[in-house]
Design a protein. Sequence first.
Length: 122
Amino acid sequence: MVIGTRSLKAALLAAALGLAGTAVYVAATPSETVIKVVAKRFDYTPNVIKLKKGVPVVLELTTKDVTMGFSAPDFAARADIIPGQVARVRLVPDKTGTFTFVCDIFCGTGHEQMDGTIVVTD
């Protein structure tokens, strides 16, 4: 895999800040569906993401207001969403059901209600 200068800098910054496991910059392959998710105080759009078990996707996460988080613990997926940048998270759902994702960086009053749902079917 070829890493661009911007990607390398972001990866090094994440490592220096102890953000291992945080999605910094992941390019989608041609076989992966890209789903754009916008985070804003205090919701995600879309807030319901429908996926198929075993089908890889890349979530492109953006925000325009404040730094947010994205955490889907059932899939070990996590990212910091920084204004003006795109965070990409690759998911390959390995189970069916309904799962919650949340903002895990305090973004103001209303933060506690900032969540969404991933619905995975066969």
